[in-house]
Design a protein around this ligand. Structure first.
Ligand code: DP6
Length: 333
């Protein structure tokens, strides 16, 4: 017997306050609350169907069978969903990104958000946004934030009595509330990325983690307030500090993790220079060398033009705020 075929689309997201480190690694319950914006230019589409006739889960990404590690992680997530739906059948999962995977932007957030929505529906579950976010979080932490639309906050739930049910993402503002843009400068598309999971796992070995965690609540509330006030100048300095601090934790972990490339620093310098010239722009980084420049839409073309002129930059993507995980009729198989 085959279940219904379901396709879902999800956006990647860029965090202004970052997720780095878990207090429960298995359940992916983070050390701190985080804030992000979905990116409408970077999406994953995923089609899922459960089929009794399959002997194993069949995972295809960008037209190719997924590698062993990715397959194992997707199968683990499918198992969570099968358990909730009381279903035994294996699944056919086909997924593709709308951005070149060689750009070094491969995003587990959009992937696990789309997979969660498509697979739960295909399995016959009709979960609300909060339940989808809780489930997506267990596949990839940042995927929790790609379920709701627009500007999002993910509650960490860090009390000793907190349960998995309390750590989910919710919308702060819809995507059309603020014309903010992310101008993404690709400085290296090296596929040999260190997975963020490895960084989360060693975050506690940095002697500075405690300092970071103690400073975060004040920064979080300030960025949240300025975001809701749509004041880029108000939140910009904090989002830069936040990105540098995350990387400082990574660099001082054991073993140390260096995500930066020479081009990373060049772009950061350029953004500071443009700001001195009066162009309002602030950088942030994910677990990789590429630089995300946050600007208001009215300045996005000018910033993108300047970024393209930098020798260190190979490619530029410009993204507006994106929607949440949604269903689509455009099946991949
Ligand atoms: C630096 O969500 O990729 O982008 O839970 O292991 O899949 P896993 O980690 P992931 O970590 C994202 C780290 C980050 C910061 C952020 O997006 O908040």
């Amino acid at each position: 017997m085959q279940t219904r075929k379901v396709t879902a689309i999800s956006c990647a997201n860029i965090a202004f306050i970052k997720y780095w480190g878990n207090h429960d690694a298995k359940l992916r319950m983070p050390l701190n609350d985080s804030l992000s914006m979905n990116l409408d230019a970077l999406t994953t589409e995923t089609t899922v169907e459960f089929d009794d006739a399959l002997e194993n889960d069949e995972i295809v990404i960008g037209g190719e069978p997924a590698d062993e590690k990715t397959t194992a992680r997707v199968v683990e997530h499918l198992n969570r969903i099968r358990q909730e739906a009381k279903l035994n059948a294996k699944a056919r999962v086909h997924s593709r990104n709308n951005f070149p995977s060689a750009a070094g932007l491969a995003s587990s957030a959009s992937a696990f958000a789309a997979l969660t929505l498509a697979a739960t529906r295909a399995a016959g579950l009709e979960l609300g946004e909060r339940q989808l976010s809780i489930l997506a979080r267990q596949g990839s932490g940042s995927a929790a934030r790609s379920i709701p639309a627009g500007f999002v906050e993910w509650l960490a739930a860090t009390n000793v009595t907190s349960t998995s049910e309390q750590s989910y993402a919710r919308q702060l503002m819809p995507p059309d509330a603020w014309e903010l843009c992310d101008v993404i400068a690709i400085v290296s598309s090296d596929a040999k990325k260190i997975p963020s999971a490895e960084g989360h796992a060693v975050a506690h070995t940095s002697p500075f983690l405690g300092e970071r965690i103690s400073r975060l609540p004040i920064r979080y509330h300030r960025v949240r307030r300025e975001l809701l006030a749509k004041n880029l100048q108000g939140m910009g300095p904090d989002i830069e500090t936040e990105a540098i601090e995350l990387h400082m934790i990574a660099m001082t972990s054991r073993p140390p993790i260096f995500y930066w490339a020479p081009g990373t620093v060049r772009v950061m310098d350029a953004v500071r220079e443009w700001r001195r010239e009066g162009l309002e722009a602030y950088y942030t980084l994910d677990a990789g060398p590429n630089v995300h420049i946050i600007v208001e839409a009215k300045n996005a073309d000018e910033i993108a033009k300047r970024v393209r002129e930098l020798d260190a930059v190979q490619k530029v993507f410009v993204s507006a705020p994106g929607g949440g995980a949604t269903l689509s009729e455009n099946h991949l198989f």
